[in-house]
Design a binder for this molecule. Structure first.
Ligand code: LMR
Length: 320
């Protein structure tokens, strides 16, 4: 129990995010609220705004930098457009062979150094939160890279994701997360990529006839705060919030894999979309088609950064 006194006016932390409450990120944010309020004995009040109710993708980071919102957990793809291109490494296709490889980065020195790169932008990186690995979807089956040719596919705004789609001659269309369902439903785009938890909670699968479990890329987050706000907190409050964040992070990262597996089952059970799991040979064809994106994007993302990830995870593009 904290010894912090209950302040007359609690410190308010607005925590905005774009996914549903019932997702790894949504549950992580709610857990942080619960623990932060408990450990500070009510001296801090956390208001969580899920589902883009406060800000959409692009506006989120601006709002944080301006101090209009104190906490976010944007996808790692969001930091490239902010000018911190090193984070684009997380968008490279097939760079992480599962959560184990990924955690060597996000729970290791490379990941910590990368969070530090946000500070000159007025952002304090607190932790990495997992979501999971991406599936592809469209209204026709996707069994091989060629099946994506000529398709308009929604991506997050990211130069690496753009290149990834171009590599298979698809037409990338960057769009805010909150607009994807309608774009899929009305045929503004033919398909997309995302994690199962995002597909299911946004109902994307209901307006896509085919989905392919390709695990071709990763979506995860950095829990971040406005640096000035954070540094200005009373030290005892900040240390309780750090504790709350550490525990919320463990929780979010513990549930992410399982939540995504459950949501894949829920998608299957819905019967709204046909789910195809790539065979080993099919997966190899996707890897062969997409890994060349690493070299193509090296001058943008930074060859050193890519190399640091390869070394941390043991990934070797020459041994594919
Ligand atoms: C997306 O825009 O597809 C994702 O970044 C949404 C999210 O935050 O998981």
């Amino acid at each position: 129990m904290s010894t912090l006194a209950v302040a007359a006016d609690p410190i308010v932390i607005k925590f905005s995010h774009v996914t549903a409450q019932d997702t790894p990120k949504g549950k992580g944010a709610d857990k942080f609220k619960e623990l932060a309020e408990k450990y500070t004995n009510g001296a801090v009040k956390v208001e969580v705004y899920p589902n883009s109710t406060l800000y959409k993708d692009k506006e989120e980071l601006e709002a944080l930098q301006l101090g209009a919102v104190q906490m976010l957990a944007p996808s790692l793809s969001k930091f490239g457009p902010l000018g911190v291109r090193e984070f684009e490494v997380f968008d490279l296709p097939y760079i992480f062979d599962g959560y184990g490889a990924l955690h060597k980065v996000t729970k290791g020195p490379v990941g910590q150094q990368m969070l530090g790169l946000l500070e000159p932008r007025g952002i304090k990186g607190l932790a990495y939160w997992d979501n999971g690995f991406k599936a592809l979807s469209a209204n026709s089956p996707i069994r091989k890279p060629e099946d994506l040719r000529g398709k308009k596919l929604r991506i997050q705004s990211s130069k690496v994701l753009e290149e990834q789609m171009r590599e298979v001659r698809a037409l990338p269309q960057a769009m805010a997360f909150s607009e994807v369902y309608q774009a899929l439903q009305t045929g503004v785009v033919d398909g997309t990529e995302n994690t199962f938890s995002n597909y299911f909670t946004q109902k994307f699968h209901e307006v896509q006839k085919h989905m392919t479990v390709s695990d071709h890329g990763y979506i995860g987050y950095a829990a971040i705060t406005n640096k000035k706000f954070w540094d200005g907190l009373p030290a005892d409050v900040r240390s309780q919030l750090e504790k709350a964040m550490a525990e919320a992070t463990d929780y979010a990262n513990k549930i992410a894999k399982e939540e995504n597996e459950q949501m894949l089952e829920a998608i299957r059970a819905s019967g709204k979309t046909e789910v195809h799991v790539l065979s080993e040979a099919e997966r190899k064809a996707f890897i062969k088609a997409l890994v060349p994106v690493h070299k193509k994007m090296a001058s943008r993302v930074g060859a050193d950064t890519i190399q640091a990830i390869y070394e941390a995870t043991g990934f070797d593009p020459d041994k594919l």
